[in-house]
Design a protein around this ligand. Structure first.
Ligand SMILES: Cc1ncc(COP(=O)(O)O)c(C=O)c1O
Length: 409
């Protein structure tokens, strides 16, 4: 039986082959990437313990990203639903509008230490690209963003932001033209350019070092939340549920990390896709098998022959056939549970939250709100639900307008 160790960071609970629970993760990489990945791993291990680097990171988290982000009670939603008390960690208030800024900032700081002048990254919803282009501009790096052609069309505001920040967008027209193809193309580019260029993977996916850097960076969210929860309740509530949408899984890892050894319940919400379609992007909920994607073993939406299957979700950020090996490990150890919400449920949740509250979640966190809305009425006032509102609806304005006929923010 797989077990999570107490007192060891989750990201470090792998064996010598970088596998979690002996099954998930690893470094399934071409020979040419072995040295760049070894070098990056060595550098990150050094920087993780370097007081000057940590001071620099904390300085930028505070003065550039603007942490801590707010932690608020959703009084109207709580009253409307009855049942549990519902709170939000409003990570969309971070500079740029989403959690992707933590990973992007840390990668730029590492790239500078590595003496690299160029940085490349993937994006789906456009936030990882927007944040990397922002951080690259701030730290003086030249930036290229790989983005699926389908996502370029559906996430216009973030595409405009990437361009405004002076980064080059490389449209990816292979495969499904979404995040999965953008990550593949970005990795392919890096194989040929790793001498001069640093790569930022936009979520907790990819070869192990990228999972580590990303989860380590976003962990700031739960460090802040821990302080805020203790301030609000005087202690960690006995019946606490932390709800987070999961695409690759970086916001959920950041939201849960500090609570790993507490009684808090972790629920990850995957993209169930359109109600009437068989397509989805929910490998954990739908019992998908293990496969290798982007250099790591994980549960992957696949067909009988082991080929990646097409996925579908209204939310570009969750529209990904794989999932972080860390989440596969959390699922198999039963530390976290995973469910899915459909496109329609996410849209309804967006509408209700935006109508009742002064926040307006993007379609990714709207999946998590949909689950909060479904379970809250059955719970008691002593139950506390906190949702990570990790993105702002502005980027989804066109999609929301076309589906609901109006846009509320
Ligand atoms: C706002 C937002 N939330 C969630 C996600 C899903 O990614 P992850 O699971 O890595 O947080 C994305 C991805 O683009 C996003 O933009």
């Amino acid at each position: 039986m797989m077990k999570i160790k107490k007192g060891v960071q989750l990201i470090d609970q792998h064996d010598k082959n970088y596998m979690y629970g002996g099954k998930f993760g690893g470094n399934f990489i071409p020979e040419t990437l072995k040295k760049p990945i070894d070098d990056l791993t060595k550098l990150f291990f050094k920087l993780r313990k370097d007081k000057k680097f940590l001071k620099e990171r904390d300085y930028h988290f505070k003065n550039y990203i603007g942490t801590p982000t707010p932690f608020i009670k959703l009084e109207n939603l709580t009253d409307h639903l009855g049942g549990a008390q519902i709170y939000a960690k409003v990570v969309s208030e971070a500079n740029g509008g989403a959690h992707k800024i933590y990973n992007a900032t840390v990668h730029c700081l590492i790239a500078k230490r590595a003496g690299k002048k160029y940085i490349v990254g993937d994006t789906g919803a456009g936030y990882a690209g927007k944040m990397l282009s922002m951080a690259a501009k701030k730290f003086g790096l030249k930036c290229k963003i790989f983005m699926g052609a389908k996502d370029i069309k559906r996430q216009r505001p973030n595409v405009q932001a990437i361009k405004k920040n002076g980064a080059q967008i490389v449209p990816v027209t292979t495969g499904s033209q979404t995040l999965v193809d953008a990550v593949s193309e970005c990795m392919r580019y890096w194989v040929s350019n790793c001498d001069t260029t640093h790569m930022c993977v936009g979520s907790t996916v990819g070869p192990n070092i990228f999972i580590k850097i990303c989860a380590w960076s976003t962990a700031q969210i739960s460090r802040e939340l821990m302080v805020q929860v203790k301030e609000e309740f005087g202690k960690i509530p006995n019946k606490l549920k932390l709800l987070n949408c999961v695409g690759g899984g970086s916001s959920a890892m950041g939201f849960w990390n500090e609570f790993m050894n507490t009684n808090a319940e972790f629920i990850g919400i995957e993209a169930g896709g359109p109600r009437k379609s068989k397509l989805h992007a929910a490998p954990l909920t739908n019992g998908s098998k293990i496969g290798i994607l982007h250099g790591a073993a994980q549960y992957v939406v696949q067909d009988k022959e082991g080929q990646i299957s097409p996925t579908e979700s209204i939310s570009a950020g969750l529209d990904y056939p794989g999932i972080s090996p860390l989440h596969c490990f959390l699922k198999d150890t039963k530390r976290a549970s995973y469910v899915s919400a459909t496109d329609e449920e996410a849209l309804n949740a967006y509408k209700l939250v935006s109508k009742l509250e002064n926040i307006s979640p993007s379609l990714e966190p709207s999946h998590a709100f949909a689950h909060a809305i479904s379970i809250s009425p059955k719970l008691k006032k002593s139950d506390v639900i906190i949702v990570n509102s990790c993105g702002d609806s502005l980027k989804d304005k066109d999609i929301i307008k076309s589906k609901l006929g109006t846009y509320i923010r």
